[in-house]
Design a protein around this ligand. Structure first.
Ligand SMILES: NC(=O)c1ccc[n+]([C@@H]2O[C@H](COP(=O)([O-])OP(=O)(O)OC[C@H]3O[C@@H](n4cnc5c(N)ncnc54)[C@H](OP(=O)(O)O)[C@@H]3O)[C@@H](O)[C@H]2O)c1
Length: 278
């Protein structure tokens, strides 16, 4: 039986790579994107594609229903992936900035997940794969909004996994460190839109943040291509007993280990210095 998967955020980076990789592997992929022109180019490449904007409930419902209409009501897997990073010091995060970060990275994902769960429960199988981050379990300066959104995803996923125990519907978190994508370019846009740099106590530090975000090519050691995430997604889809968590990249393994053995105080010393990864 051909396995079906709905993926969000397929215009670039990890979403695009996973959509392509799974299609090559024989999956029936519904490669969704936020913008109309992204959908157009995915269609040109032969994908089944339609709009799914995580900030818009109507769009989420339409995309989900359209997927089920095409599959006859079945869905093997959901890959929650579309998201963005809003850089900025916590003291500069106004309510509307935090709300925007959570609308996309948390509320949209959960709304879509809550549409998928009843379908998967009913059919008696399913996989929900959440593209979290190393920043879903350790914090870095100037990443507060993004950190909070990924911590929220980790919390919701951990709880949902317990609630789905025994249902044959599995929830897996992927926790990448730095991956080459448009993530930094998109973060620059979010920074310009939501942070009042001129009136910030951290005005000068933002110049360093912008320089790092605008630098072409990988700025962090151990940056991997998105295929590294694809590999873990394939395991989460095909293993009989998929893992609750998949680490990707050296920084994730390193910080996962350090978080286990160090006190919060000691870990803070390292994290305060290491301001350069996603
Ligand atoms: N790159 C990394 O180092 C890294 C590390 C850890 C985790 N991650 C996670 O990996 C995932 C994919 O990021 P990426 O690295 O591939 O970055 P990316 O190239 O910027 O891709 C992000 C995708 O999310 C989409 N998106 C943004 N807002 C959306 C919305 N409202 N509705 C639907 N889609 C939306 C973007 O669409 P548009 O083109 O329309 O903006 C784009 O397709 C994210 O969840 C990110 O947090 C990335």
């Amino acid at each position: 039986m051909t396995k079906t998967i709905l993926i969000t955020g397929c215009s670039s980076g990890i979403g695009y790579c996973v959509a392509k990789g799974l299609r090559e592997r024989g999956y029936r992929v519904f490669a969704t994107a936020r913008k109309r022109d992204s959908v157009e180019s995915l269609l040109t490449e032969g994908f089944e594609s339609f709009r799914l904007d995580l900030n818009d409930s109507n769009s989420i419902h339409f995309a989900f229903e359209e997927t089920l209409r095409r599959t006859g009501g079945e869905l093997y897997a959901l890959f929650n992936n579309g998201a963005f990073g809003l850089p900025g010091a916590v003291e500069d995060l106004h309510r509307d900035a935090l709300r925007a970060q959570f609308e996309t990275n948390v509320f949209g994902w959960q709304e879509l997940t809550n549409l998928a769960v009843p379908v998967m429960r009913k059919q008696g199988y399913g996989r929900i794969i959440q593209n979290s981050s190393v920043l879903g379990f350790v914090a870095l300066p100037f990443r507060g909004a993004y950190n909070a959104s990924k911590y929220a995803i980790e919390g919701l996923s951990d709880t949902l996994r317990l609630e789905l125990r025994g249902s044959n519907v599995y929830v897996s978190l992927i926790e990448p460190g730095p991956i080459a994508s448009k993530f930094r370019a998109n973060a620059v846009e979010a920074l310009a839109k939501y942070i009042d740099i001129e009136n910030s106590f951290h005005r000068e530090k933002y110049q360093g943040v912008l320089a790092r975000l605008n630098k072409p090519g990988p700025v962090v050691p151990f940056t991997l291509p998105p295929e590294a995430v694809l590999k873990r997604v394939i395991h989460a889809l095909e293993a009989e007993n998929p893992k609750p968590r998949y680490y990707v990249t050296v920084p994730t393994y390193l910080f996962g280990f350090l978080k286990r053995i160090l006190s919060t105080r000691a870990l803070d010393v390292l994290l305060a210095k290491s301001g350069n990864s996603n």
